[in-house]
Ligand binder design. Structure first.
Ligand code: SF4
Ligand code: SF4
Length: 184
């Protein structure tokens, strides 16, 4: 049986009705996660994506979330404030085979929101700080949760590389890099 433990739950609350599609969140997220912070702004590398339906003036920000083990078959519709949304729109799966969302355009590594974890911690994640419309707000609270194994970024990244390039290629590259690291 899974154990219960107290945990600080960090949550970004999305209010799509307030979003005007400015995409400042995408820009700041990609900049904040570039290797030298803010050296590259490339929304294609963002861990938040703002869906846009120009015909209905509809913007839906979605955060990159957990891995999808396989393409799901759910195609439900949601009606919110008279607007119709596809279930897919709310999904943050980082490696859904039916689309190329939340994948680094070059390495194909998954781009999962990490709440801008840093040391020292930020008061609020970057995307929340730049969203002047309050479409994104931030909440931290203590909750009792069941302890379960979660995919960490390393597991996710490795699994994705194996899927993309095959285990032999990944192993060969890994061995070469380790050898290089050990060579004085
Ligand atoms: S910064 Fe806020 S208003 Fe602008 S696109 Fe992102 S969520 Fe929408
Ligand atoms: S919380 Fe940080 S990592 Fe997550 S989408 Fe916002 S800026 Fe990107």
């Amino acid at each position: 049986m899974a154990e219960k433990k107290k945990k600080i739950v960090k949550q970004i609350i999305i209010n799509a009705d307030e979003c005007n599609g400015c995409r400042a969140c995408e820009a700041i997220c990609s900049g904040y996660h570039s290797t030298d912070k803010f050296s590259i702004i490339n929304p294609g590398r963002s861990r938040i994506f703002v869906h846009w339906d120009p015909y209905r003036n509809l913007f839906v920000p979605v955060l990159g979330g957990p891995q999808a083990p396989a393409e799901c078959l759910a195609r439900n519709k949601y009606i919110i404030d008279g607007k119709e949304y596809d279930e897919c729109l709310f999904c943050g799966a980082v490696d859904c085979p039916s689309r190329e969302l939340f994948q680094d355009p070059d390495s194909k590594l998954p781009l999962k929101c990490d709440s801008c974890e840093s040391e020292p911690p930020l008061e609020e994640p970057m995307c929340v700080q730049v969203c002047i419309n309050d479409a994104l707000t931030y909440e931290e609270r203590e909750e009792e949760v069941e302890e379960e194994r979660e995919w960490d970024e390393l597991d996710m990244g490795l699994e994705h590389l194996i899927k993309t390039f095959g285990p032999d290629k990944v192993l060969e590259t890994f061995e070469r890099l380790v050898k290089k690291e050990q060579t004085p």
